[in-house]
Every structure is written in C-alpha cells, then in structure tokens.
Design a protein around this ligand. Structure first.
Ligand code: ZN
Length: 194
C-alpha cells in the first residue's frame, strides 16, 4: 500500500461531508491500509479518509506510545452514541502542520462502529484520555468539521495559524459550546486555580 498526500487546511475538500460505507470491500480495505501507512509515516495519532481525499466515513487511530507495540484501531461508519462532560484538549492535526491550540472536547464518549472486517463494536473512552479526544477529532473530519471549530481562544488560534502559513479560523464555522465552557469554568473554580 502507499503513503498518501494529506490535504491541508484551506482545501475545501476537508469541509465536505463523507458518505457511509455500504460494503467493506477490497477498496475500503486498501483505503484503511493507506490511512494507517500515512498516519504512521507522519507520526500521527489519527487520520480520517477525507484528509487523503476520500469522502468515506472511515478513520484510524493509534494511541500507543513509543515503547508499546502498535495498536491500530479502525472505525467504519462511526456513531457517537453518548457524550458527556468537558475537557480542554491541546490539539493538532495532520492537515494543520505544526499548529497546535486548545479546543473543547467531551470528557467521555461512547462510539459504535464497524471494524476492518465489517463487524460492529462499541467502545467507551473516558476521562478525557487521548483516545477519547482522538475519536471526537477524527469523527468530526467525516462531517467536514475541523478541530479549530472547537477553539477556546480564536485570537490565539489565528496567531498560531498565521505563524504556520495557514488561513485563519473560519468564524462562521465556530461551534457554540457554552455548556461545555460552563463545565470547564466551574471545574476550574473548584480546583482553586487562578
Ligand atoms: Zn485532524
């Protein structure tokens, strides 16, 4: 299989929604291999099909650390069936080289999807772990949503994007997350932080 070119922020393709997979065909299996090859080649934690120019509802994640064996996870036609809580996540994206910023994510998610063989599974990821956040990040790509749509400080994000030669935050795409922000502020106060 092959390492594919990753589309960069500013490419309209990243903003278009992907279609359900009807059959886990050889073509889909090849796409999964390409996603994994490309993700590993770029030292990424996750990669979604639209990022390599395929509008199919497929993404891959591997949250294993350097001293652990590889643990590729494949999600086909994923649905987030439960989401709760809030965390701040310092994120980047292979479509945004070198640009990292704080975004809001749910703390706990439950996802239902098909594996690489087309078998259904349910997975719960809790406590704002890398896996919990990665599932939300990659899932968003399938709907044309990007991590900067969840940004906490738009001005800081714009600065980081500009420094990396990327277009600014698309303000019309910003997602209203007042409820999550409320949770984050309350927790912040309880923890007695500044
Ligand atoms: Zn991404």
């Amino acid at each position: 299989m092959s390492i594919r070119k990753i589309l960069k922020y500013g490419d309209d393709f990243l903003r278009q929604p992907s279609k359900e997979v009807h059959k886990v065909s050889k073509k889909v299996q090849d796409l999964i291999k390409d996603l994994l090859d490309t993700m590993y080649a770029c030292n990424g934690v996750g990669l979604a099909a639209p990022q390599i120019g395929e509008h199919l509802r497929v993404f891959v994640i591997d949250v294993s650390t350097n001293d652990e064996p590889l643990n590729p996870m494949v999600f086909i036609n994923p649905k987030i069936i439960k989401k709760e809580g809030a965390v701040v996540s310092h994120e980047g994206c292979l479509s945004f080289p070198e640009a990292y910023t704080d975004v809001r994510r749910y703390k706990n998610v439950m996802v239902k999807a098909l594996d690489k063989h087309g078998r259904p599974f349910v997975l719960e990821a809790k406590d704002g772990t890398l896996l919990a956040r990665a599932i939300q990040h990659e899932f968003d790509h399938l709907d044309g949503v990007l991590f900067i749509d969840h940004v906490r400080n738009r001005f800081e994000a714009d600065k980081i994007l500009q420094e990396n030669g990327l277009p600014p935050v698309d303000t019309e795409r910003l997602i209203d997350e007042a409820e999550m922000e409320e949770i984050l502020k309350n927790e912040h106060q309880q923890n007695g932080e500044e």
